[in-house]
Design a protein around this ligand. Structure first.
Ligand SMILES: [Zn+2]
Length: 277
């Protein structure tokens, strides 16, 4: 394999050879145009900064720190040239790049817990607004499907439990014809074990069963059942979910829509956690 860097303003044209899948990019000016010829095929591309960092330097992958994060951290602080200049001063560099907390492993924002994915996606106050948005999105998809299946559907209804405390339910849906229905509480949570969907259902029944008399009276209904519905925050669909949707008479084809909304909704707080101050 042979490669040619047409340097332009960045350097003189160079011809290189190499045995690895990529030529030795470490020697090349960033941004130079690269022509790589391999057995019959010619690949021509501009060599961007990212390729040099994330791709192959000396024909090998960069080992060590997480590459994408490192690159994004650098880009946050302006141009590569500016960052490089700062990097030459060790003190400045340490201020710039703080990919992994170096003192301890507690959360970089709230310092309350160990910074695990469970914490970042599920409980860190720093991501609360985005986490709520994720929940609302999932709830809206399910509520819309219930409406389409001819349920009278209401969201975020405040009610009273038999003990006198106030509780807010996510969705109440009932059929006009039978005067019976469901209180549905979609719960986006980190997936842990196979029993988790049943555990979440039980947990929600314990919370909302005491409100059933209130809603029976409010909507003049005969029967209500509480369903706690686990939606995995990493996009896991469960058999429990499939069974619930079948029981409710809503199409199981919305399962990927629900789980994708949960997954997308988890990426936002994760990104916010890593890249905001
Ligand atoms: Zn935190």
């Amino acid at each position: 394999m042979a490669g040619l860097c047409e340097g332009g303003a960045l350097g003189k044209p160079r011809k290189i050879t190499g045995r690895m899948s990529y030529p030795n990019l470490g020697d090349w000016p960033i941004g130079c145009k690269v022509t790589i010829a391999t057995e019959g095929a010619v690949m021509e591309r501009k060599m961007p900064f990212k390729d040099a960092l994330e791709g192959m330097v000396n024909g090998r992958r960069v080992r060590g720190r997480r590459r994408y994060q490192m690159i994004d951290d650098i880009e946050i602080y302006g141009s590569y040239a500016e960052t490089k200049r700062k990097a030459e001063n060790r003190k400045d560099w340490r201020k710039l790049v703080r990919a992994v907390p170096s003192q301890d492993n507690r959360c970089r924002h709230c310092h309350n817990e160990v910074e695990t994915l469970v914490h970042v996606l599920g409980s860190c106050p720093h991501g609360e607004v985005l986490r709520n948005a994720r929940h609302h999105q999932v709830r809206s998809i399910i509520a819309t499907a219930l409406k389409d299946a001819d349920y009278n559907t209401f969201k975020e209804v405040h009610g009273l439990s038999v003990t006198g405390s106030t509780r807010r339910i996510d969705i109440i849906a009932f059929k006009e014809s039978t005067r019976s229905g469901f209180i549905i509480d979609p719960t986006v949570r980190f997936e842990t074990n196979e029993e988790q969907p049943a555990e979440v259902d039980k947990e929600k029944k314990n919370i909302y069963n005491p409100t059933i008399p209130y809603y029976l009276q409010k909507y003049q209904l005969e029967e209500l059942e509480v369903i706690g519905l686990l939606v995995g925050e990493r996009g896991t669909a469960t058999l429990f979910m499939k069974d619930v949707f079948k029981r409710l008479g809503i199409p199981t084809s919305i399962i990927p829509i629900v789980t994708l909304a949960a997954l997308k909704g988890s990426i936002a707080p994760l990104k916010h956690h890593l890249y905001s101050k």
